[in-house]
Design a protein around this ligand. Structure first.
Ligand SMILES: Nc1ncnc2c1ncn2[C@@H]1O[C@H](COP(=O)(O)OP(=O)(O)OP(=O)(O)O)[C@@H](O)[C@H]1O
Length: 219
């Protein structure tokens, strides 16, 4: 079991936006979190990637209860990475954007170049290695963001609406990459999406959220 959530609540200014008595997420699968605007998808993904603490309840990760304090979260954030819907790129080359992630994880200088080439190759973006990351299209930016996350050798990758702001061909390219992360790299994937058709072709398990509650389906 990858995650086991028990009696979780997230409360903002007195309003409960997530209320999950129990939720289990198994490893080595692609999960889709589905729900309308404001249903709590991003909030759940932030908690699963250890960037937000629940207001109440416990998150077990690989069998251990997570202590949401900076000291304890450091190691967990090395193996679980979130790829944001609008990834932030620094105004420098694609190479340096990925290198920055390696630098903060203290990857030795001599290893960085090969890792960066490898991950860009995996997402089909090697030819952009020296391009200015600020000039990339939405789809290209998503792929570099995936490469940057992959450079940290994660066990779990979490995507917030990975194809919401890209065109159709980039959408299929990103879906293919997600499929390969799972099938070739044994990375567990959790992604939110509005797109039911996308979920049907890509994910193994769906989690439906409605007003912060886990429901069996929307019908
Ligand atoms: N930092 C915050 N402070 C106050 N309220 C918040 C905060 N973050 C989220 N919310 C509220 O929590 C609810 C759930 O938001 P969340 O972003 O998780 O939903 P979502 O399903 O991801 O929506 P969308 O599909 O529009 O991205 C919303 O009503 C939102 O306004």
């Amino acid at each position: 079991m990858l995650y086991h959530i028990k009696n979780l609540k997230k409360i903002y200014k007195g309003r409960t936006v997530l209320d999950l008595p129990e939720l289990i997420i198994e490893k080595n699968k692609i999960y889709g979190i589905l729900g309308p605007n404001g249903s709590g998808k991003t909030t759940l993904l932030s908690i699963l990637s250890f960037l937000e603490a629940p207001s109440r309840g416990t998150v077990f990760y690989r069998g251990s209860p997570v202590v949401f304090s900076e000291k304890h979260l450091h190691a967990l954030r090395q193996e679980v990475v979130l790829v944001d819907q609008h990834p932030i790129m620094f105004s420098t080359s694609v190479y340096k954007n990925i290198e920055f992630a390696l630098k903060i994880r203290k990857v030795p200088l001599k290893d960085r170049c090969q890792i960066i080439k490898d991950v860009l190759e995996q997402v089909g973006m090697l030819e952009f290695i020296n391009a200015d990351a600020k000039n990339l299209s939405g789809g290209e930016t998503q792929r570099v963001a995936v490469a940057r996350a992959l450079a940290c050798f994660p066990k779990v990758m979490i995507f917030d609406e990975p194809t919401a702001s890209v065109d159709k061909s980039s959408q299929l390219a990103v879906e293919k990459i997600i499929q390969e992360l799972y099938s070739e790299k044994n990375i567990s994937v959790i992604m939110s999406t509005h797109n039911m058709v996308q979920a049907s072709r890509l994910v193994h398990k769906k989690i439906f959220l409605l007003n912060g509650h886990h429901v069996d389906s929307f019908v």
